[in-house]
Design a protein around this ligand. Structure first.
Ligand code: FMN
Length: 191
């Protein structure tokens, strides 16, 4: 055990307590709180310090514009279109996770850059959960569609890894851990 862990294991406790929140209420962290959590989430390992990520906070009408883009991407009409259009309105804040990858880097292939950006999203989910917010990472079949990219103002080389849907935790939400991990299934040791 290293010195930092000797006083307890707050990260482990937070990880064990984390759970996704499929339903959230209409309150959300403001940009100042979000920035303080992002400052911590961005500390994940980053090969060659490429910083291959950024985040876009969608609030208010931006969520409706995303709903319109999802419908355009799906080519739907009628009730199915309206159902899809409303999906981004399920949370007051969507944090879009953008991977900003470079092809042909001499040391860092694209998959490593995606892994870094995904790491930021996982750690931010944990930090938001620990701060008492409800969070759920969502994607869907249209996450890479041009109309969806346009809503976020993505540049060439940027692609979405999905959205963290963020809001308040409903009073009646169960906080029981529902997905225990049997570590023995996931670890083999080679001597
Ligand atoms: C990259 C990524 C994309 C996901 N996309 C969706 C999604 O579109 N819809 C969904 O219901 N769950 C999605 N999930 C799973 C949920 O975020 C969540 O992990 C799952 O419901 C299990 O709940 P738990 O995190 O509390 O164990 C996604 C997870 C990841 C990592």
């Amino acid at each position: 055990m290293n010195e930092k862990a000797a006083g307890g294991a707050p990260v482990r406790e937070a990880a064990l307590a984390r759970r996704s929140a499929p339903k959230v209420t209409d309150v959300s962290p403001d940009d100042a709180e979000l920035r303080s959590l992002i400052a911590a989430a961005g500390r994940v390992a980053d090969h060659a310090s490429l910083e291959p990520w950024r985040l876009v906070a969608l609030r208010g009408d931006a969520r409706a514009r995303l709903g319109d883009a999802l419908v355009e991407a799906a080519g739907l009409e009628g009730p199915d279109a309206e159902k899809l259009r409303g999906k981004p309105l399920r949370a007051p804040l969507l944090v879009a996770v953008v991977a900003r990858t470079q092809e042909g880097h001499p040391k860092v292939p694209v998959w490593e850059q995606d892994a870094m950006a995904a790491g930021v999203a996982h750690l931010l989910s944990l930090l938001l959960d620990e701060a008492g917010w409800g969070v759920m990472w969502r994607t869907g079949p249209h996450v890479r569609h041009d109309a969806v990219a346009a809503v976020h103002g993505l540049a060439p080389g940027e692609h979405l890894l999905g959205w963290l849907y963020v809001g308040g935790v409903p009073a009646d939400a169960s906080r029981d851990r529902h997905r225990p991990v049997d570590a023995s299934r996931f670890l083999t040791t080679l001597d």
